[in-house]
Ligand binder design. Structure first.
Ligand code: NCD
Length: 311
């Protein structure tokens, strides 16, 4: 059992919560590698996917996770819901909740929307990314990928690089790494730096070259071109020259160090194709882990039957 009712952020997760999710995800990863990728763990449960912002990989990952747990799911998007008729989100949530649903998975442009949903329902809520705030299942799949690679998380040093200012991935990943005993260093141009790195218990630098040989993980953030207000960076070429992970920089990393990216990648900007496609890049492992980790989070929140995995 997790210590939280909803998965709104990683800040409120204990090390025990995170370990439970990662351990449970391992069992589901095994299910996902079978020819028949389905267990009855959440049979009879109803999950509503409320995606108010475009999403491809997160949405498909959640949908696959729900199908593989045998849950029934309902997909609601911005333009097809009554929110466009002027109904308040609170009313929409109360209406859907009155149909006895068990969980909402919420992706939204505005930070705080999943928390608003949680205040209007007794159902469990998972934040699938809200504005620049948090994206907890992304952080958990990142932790899963890193732990599978190194066998542990404590004592590792992780550089989170790039568009720190607009990043909900940073918002979730850094606190979760802290909780699990890993060290975080933030790297980005001054216009992308966070105002208070001590909030993340992290050092902050604008010099990517200074961290390359020190870290176990280079976690490259996507430059959030859609969230720029004004020109924060001169050009993608300039950004690539100063902050992009290219072959020359990757060669300075420790032999066993890995590269992660949440996707979708801006190839040629924050990461060069030859690095993204190299063996040390774990980007597709992250995507693969996403389904198992989301299955684990949904299963643990809904307190599925004990024999859920073994079938
Ligand atoms: C992330 C997101 O949407 O926050 N992507 C994702 O979940 N697939 C990261 C990003 O968009 O940069």
């Amino acid at each position: 059992m997790l210590s939280v009712h909803d998965l709104l952020d990683t800040t409120h997760l204990t090390a025990d919560d995170i370990t439970q999710i990662l351990d449970t995800a391992r069992g589901f990863a095994e299910v996902n590698s079978r020819a028949i990728k389905k267990v009855p763990a959440l049979r009879g449960r109803t999950i509503v996917n409320l995606f108010l912002e475009p999403s491809t990989r997160t949405r498909s990952s959640f949908e696959l996770a729900e199908k593989r747990l045998s849950a029934d799911s309902l997909n609601m998007g911005g333009s097809t819901s009554s929110v466009v008729k002027g109904e308040s989100l609170a009313d929409t949530i109360q209406t859907i909740s009155a149909m006895n649903v068990d969980m909402f998975v919420v992706r939204a442009r505005l930070a705080g929307t999943p928390a608003l949903v949680a205040r209007n329902t007794d159902a469990r809520v998972i934040n699938a990314g809200d504005g620049k705030h948090q994206h907890p299942t992304q952080a958990l799949l990142d932790l899963y990928t890193i732990r599978e690679n190194f066998g542990h998380l404590d004592g590792l040093k992780v550089a989170i690089v790039g568009d720190l200012l607009h990043s909900r991935v940073l918002g979730s990943l850094a606190p979760a790494l802290n909780t699990m005993g890993a060290e975080v260093v933030l790297v980005g141009p001054p216009t992308f730096q966070v105002s208070d790195p001590s909030y993340f218990h992290a050092e902050q630098t604008d010099d990517i070259d200074s961290v390359l040989s020190e870290v176990d993980v280079m976690y490259m953030l996507r430059v959030q071109l859609e969230r720029m207000e004004g020109a924060a960076i001169p050009s993608s070429r300039e950004y690539n020259r100063l902050y992009g992970l290219n072959e020359r920089r990757a060669a300075r990393m420790r032999p066993d160090a890995i590269v992660c990216h949440p996707g979708p990648m801006n190839r040629g900007m924050e990461i060069m194709p030859e690095v993204a496609d190299a063996p040390r890049a774990k980007i597709l492992d992250q995507v693969n882990a996403g389904v198992a980790v989301r299955m684990a989070a949904m299963y643990l929140l809904l307190g599925g039957a004990d024999d859920g995995i073994s079938d």
